[in-house]
Write a protein that binds this ligand. Structure first.
Ligand SMILES: Nc1ncnc2c1ncn2[C@@H]1O[C@H](COP(=O)(O)OP(=O)(O)O)[C@@H](O)[C@H]1O
Ligand SMILES: [Mg+2]
Length: 373
């Protein structure tokens, strides 16, 4: 799929922008703090109804404005797609082909994007929260069922934590806790089995890509780390049983602490290169390659699941990669994946890519195809 047109209103430092894009490569060129990342973020938010760099939607609305609006025309193998997202202080609304979607989970994933930004190094080094966010965003855009289970899990978790706080002070009902625990187990199992399956599929691609980028020297493994043991042999009912045991064992401790101690909200991912933990032992370069392999794997995974390549957003990373990694990346996407690149300088981008691209000049929240003099 590719983005043909984009309309942005009152988003970050953009008052009003209307753009038509190149089918292959689009380069946003400009000095720092002009709005390059903002425009990439707008495309990301248009597809996923969430920003990659903040969870506070209010920050996305232009200062002093009541709302922001992003609209785009996407070309697909099937029918063309018109999507629109309106962000206001009251919340978000998504429209697909003019029809307002009752739930945001029905809007998310109509268009698919993969972003690779400097922050993605945090995927390996950062806190577990970063990796869970990655899981939820990426799996969420290819599985509505997952988004639905996840949202319900979070709702029940909140209720359960609230009750545990009450119980901690000797009030509230333990019967109610058992009811909520049973509800949560069903949802926790659904979330867990889907995350596990996603990581297994992603691993297949990532391992191959990492192998190539490391010139055959390294074997990358991704592990899903959960409160319960998950493996290929295990099914939904076994996972539920395992969660049941966990919550039975920690019940008194949870009441004492007044919080849910185990579950998908505490899960994590682990990365191994040649059987060594990348977080602990990996060099900067290995962490970078791991993050790159993950992102490239996502592109292939989305293609396998959806039958269309996603739109790729590269924020400030192209010139950061060494020649070998850059050419590997460009080879992967060559002609197949519409790509948006931000940079302060085109000299870091190879000739062949420049030849099949449109350059947009970004300056103080305006974008033009002509360089200002
Ligand atoms: N909600 C907002 N409303 C208006 N301007 C904003 C908002 N959020 C960020 N900005 C401005 O956007 C600019 C940064 O844009 P960004 O896209 O991150 O720059 P870069 O070109 O370096 O990627 C800053 O000048 C910042 O003040
Ligand atoms: Mg930037």
């Amino acid at each position: 799929m590719y983005l043909k047109k984009l309309n942005v209103r009152q988003y970050r430092n953009y008052k009003k922008v209307e753009l038509a894009f190149h089918k292959q490569v689009n380069i946003f060129l400009g000095e720092n703090a002009q709005g390059k990342t903002n425009i990439l973020e707008a495309i990301f938010v248009l597809a996923l109804a969430k920003s990659h760099r903040t969870s506070k939607d209010k920050e996305l609305i232009g200062w002093g404005e009541e709302f922001a609006r992003i609209q785009g025309e996407v070309a697909r193998k099937t029918s063309p797609l018109d999507i629109e997202l309106i962000l206001s202080v009251k919340g978000k609304k998504g429209k697909i082909n003019g029809l307002e979607q009752k739930k945001l989970s029905e809007y998310v994933g109509a268009a698919n994007v993969v972003m690779f930004a400097p922050e993605d190094l945090n995927l390996v080094k950062g806190s577990p929260q970063v990796r869970r966010r990655f899981l939820d965003m990426e799996l969420g855009q290819i599985s509505r069922v997952y988004l639905h289970h996840l949202a319900t899990y979070q709702k029940v978790l909140k209720q359960r934590n609230h009750l545990l706080k009450t119980l901690q002070f000797g009030k509230g009902s333990k019967e109610m806790l058992d009811i909520l625990t049973d509800q949560m187990i069903v949802l926790a199992a659904e979330v867990t089995i889907r995350r596990y399956g996603f990581i297994k599929r992603l691993q297949k691609w990532a391992e191959q890509i990492h192998h190539d980028v490391s010139r055959g020297k390294e074997k990358l493994e991704i592990c899903y780390l959960s409160a319960v043991d998950v493996s290929d042999e295990i099914d939904l009912s076994k996972i539920k049983e395992a969660f049941y045991q966990v919550y039975k064992e920690v019940k008194e401790r949870e009441i004492q602490r007044g919080i849910t101690l185990f579950g998908p909200h505490r899960d994590d991912l682990g990365f191994l290169i040649n059987e060594k933990d990348v977080q602990t032992y990996g060099s900067q370069g290995q962490q970078r390659t791991t993050a790159l392999a993950l992102k490239l794997a996502e592109i292939e995974l989305i293609y396998a699941e959806i039958g269309e390549y996603p739109i790729l957003l590269l924020d400030d990373v192209l010139s950061e990669l060494d020649d070998y990694r850059q050419s590997h990346l460009l080879q992967t996407i060559q002609g197949r994946v519409q790509t948006f690149v931000t940079t302060t300088n085109v000299s870091g981008i190879d000739e062949q890519t420049l030849n099949q691209s449109t350059i947009f000049y970004v300056s103080e929240g305006t974008i033009s195809q002509e360089m200002e003099r």
